[in-house]
Design a protein around this ligand. Structure first.
Ligand code: HEC
Length: 416
């Protein structure tokens, strides 16, 4: 049986922080633990310098709830990840990528996996701290020199004053084989932080708010000083800004004037050029539509050259270089015996020769009966479209020319 000693401490007016019982060997510790458990003690702990098999069972320690907390938090992480990805990809900002579904489980696995691990490990880490009531600033046991031997060659049981049977603890511990039973002196450190800690803490907290306050202020206050670029990002670019100078140019201006002859896409266009239904002369075709029959531009060599070029690029693939409706696209479609192929119009057919200039222009702008698409975006200006119309007319003349079309003086003399 051990001896109960008085604690050699000054703060005896405070209630002791527990009772410490020391044992010489592991078997007496295990035996004492069993008897503590059976006697109904609940708030106590056993300490040993090495892990002791069976100690948990002897001390009656129940399995911790931590795994369940980790499981619930992990599943919460999975759910959050799924919800977040559904919200972002399938609800708030749908973005079609290669025709994939907005929401599909396999695509969401990596993020869900990561968030599960994240939530679970946070739960394990902080849950362990919370269940152990950590962080704890000091432990009165560490002030006892006797307790230090628990890291070397002593075994100990410490009973918490919160245990309902605490008052009988000291005597009982002696009975169950403790070699030494000591009251754990109360923690002499003050229960409250010293005032200066509060002061310094408050000052540091307030100082930490200053940068935040400055950043918020900068959002609302204008200043003549250039901004501070913490993350320069694309703030500084290798380009000239408006109203700056650039020595590359003779006049030193960074802003350049438009190249001579530039036509703005939204510049005013002569409405006469855009119209294909009204002009100096008109006709009504078989469908009852009125078309102009005149040509609104002076026909120059340049205009015809432009028309030839555009026709070669955009029309010849179907209508053929000479306009016989035998372009390579048509020939290929014939070779493949494409079902339902509608042949491009032969511009030298009787019906085509009868088409008005306005109808030709209309075909370019609006397409033809849904069988030929519009070429308005390929030929965006009225001038280009009329140039193509002029060139089609030239093509038609070239295939149906008479000697009277030759310039004066080059016409053959009549043979008698
Ligand atoms: C992809 C082939 C294709 C290209 C390229 C094409 N066309 Fe056509 N075009 C057709 C087809 C097919 C028809 C016959 C449509 C129909 O009969 O309904 C047609 C018919 C026409 C007609 C006859 C309109 C009418 O009232 O009968 C004109 C004029 C015409 N195209 C002008 C052009 C011009 C000008 C271009 C170039 C800017 C062009 N096409 C480029 C396929 C094409």
């Amino acid at each position: 049986m051990g001896t109960v000693m008085e604690a050699p401490m000054s703060n005896q007016d405070k209630a002791p922080a527990g009772v410490l019982a020391l044992f010489d060997d592991v078997d007496s510790l295990l035996d004492a633990c069993r008897r503590m458990r059976d006697a109904g003690y609940t708030r106590w702990e056993a300490h040993a310098p090495f892990p002791v098999h069976g100690l948990d069972k002897a001390a009656g320690i129940k399995p911790t709830v931590l795994p369940w907390i980790v499981l619930v938090c992990g599943l919460t992480g999975t759910g959050c990840a799924m919800l977040m990805q559904w919200w972002m990809n399938a609800h708030d900002y749908k973005y079609l990528i290669s025709g994939k579904p907005f929401f599909s489980v396999p695509a969401n696995v990596p993020v869900a996996f990561e968030m599960t691990i994240l939530f679970a490990s946070f739960a394990a880490f902080f849950g362990m701290l919370a269940l152990n009531r950590f962080p704890r600033w000091s432990n009165p046991l560490f002030r006892m020199p006797e307790f230090r031997r628990v890291t070397a060659d002593r075994f100990a049981i410490v009973v918490d004053p919160a245990d309902p049977k605490f008052h009988a603890g000291a005597a009982f511990l002696g009975e169950i084989g403790a070699k030494q039973v000591l009251p754990v002196p109360a923690d002499p450190s003050p229960a409250k932080f010293p005032v200066w800690v509060h002061m310094v803490g408050s000052l540091v907290t307030m100082a930490a708010l200053i940068p935040v306050a400055l950043i918020i202020r900068a959002h609302y206050v204008t200043s003549p000083n250039p901004p501070i670029h913490v993350v320069p990002d694309m703030d500084f670019q290798w380009k000239d800004k408006a109203q700056t100078s650039n020595p590359t140019f003779a006049d030193g201006r960074a802003m350049r004037k438009a190249v001579a002859g530039t036509v703005s896409v939204d510049a005013d266009v002569d409405p006469n050029l855009l119209s294909y239904q009204s002009g100096k002369s008109t006709m009504v075709d078989a469908t009852g539509t009125t078309y102009r029959t005149d040509f609104p531009l002076p026909v120059t060599k340049e205009l015809l050259a432009l028309g030839e070029m555009k026709f070669g690029v955009y029309c010849a693939p179907c209508h053929g270089g000479s306009g016989y409706g035998d372009g390579p696209v048509h020939q290929r479609a014939m070779a493949l015996e494409t079902a339902g192929w509608i042949p491009p119009v032969n511009f030298h057919a009787e019906t085509s020769l009868a088409l008005s200039t306005g109808r030709l222009y209309d075909s370019i702008v609006n397409g033809v009966r849904g069988n030929m698409q519009s070429y308005a975006s390929q030929l965006p200006t009225a001038e280009e479209r009329w140039a193509v119309v002029a060139f089609i007319r030239a093509l038609q003349r070239s295939q149906n020319a008479s000697t009277s079309d030759l310039p004066q003086g080059m016409q053959p003399k009549e043979i008698k």
